[in-house]
Design a protein around this ligand. Sequence first.
Ligand code: PAF
Length: 286
Amino acid sequence: MDIIQKPEEMQAWSQARSREGGTIALVPTMGFFHEGHLSLMRRAAELCDTVVVSLFVNPTQFGPNEDLDRYPRDFERDMELVRKEPVAAVFAPTPKLMYLSGFQTEVRVKQLSTCLCGKSRPVHFAGVATVVTKLFNIVRPEAAVFGEKDFQQLAIIRRLVADLNIPVRIVGHPIVREADGLAMSSRNANLDPANRAAALSLSTALQLVRDEAARGVRATAELERLVARHIHSFAGTAIDYASFVDGDSLEAVEAVDERTILALAVHVEGKAGKVRLIDNGFILPQ
Ligand code: PAF
């Protein structure tokens, strides 16, 4: 497995693969791998001959008061895990190599970036869209795999690829959960085990809503009250949003139908300060 730091070396590596007739699937990550990341890598291997994983904690997608400094990192452990997967190369640049002095370009997917996470993280999605566009230009993949836990990110990337005619197939991969239902996330490393029930309030809220919908409740205002009561019943939780939205447009809906997703972002007390968790899922069976 090759570990490549410089964008121009990664580009040359990918071009050599393409000349040989190989296809590349990219798995963009910020590292601190868990089973969710590894399953994205295995999915990527089903799509193309070669898998490239990018590992870059992208500073431009963190706002000034967010957790860039606390974001968990362990490069050696990540390399140990990734070497057991069908991955041909890891692209792991430094911020200086990605953002050369004088850098001033930004990719912004306007409307989709302003709702849900975009409300409390106003710079986040421009940072994501810009770095993902750069990664596509550097790695030149035929396909790229993203987790559905970040479903707003996935919708934004699908939009940007369509809008900018980027020749890459975007593939979403289902959320991978711990045995107790917690959606896997690198940020879970910052959770306090004593507060597990609070962290689980997102997945248990999803189940509660599915049960209510199965009983025939469709009004999202009523379901929103139920979700808020449930999550706030755990000490130390603060809801950023708990919204019922259309899975494609991300617009809020008043009544649940087959396309409705409950999207959740909740702060819970962690080992050293609050940890922001997200989760989502369709309400009705698909
Ligand atoms: O989902 C992530 O880990 C990041 O937002 C991504 C897509 C790697 C861009 O930095």
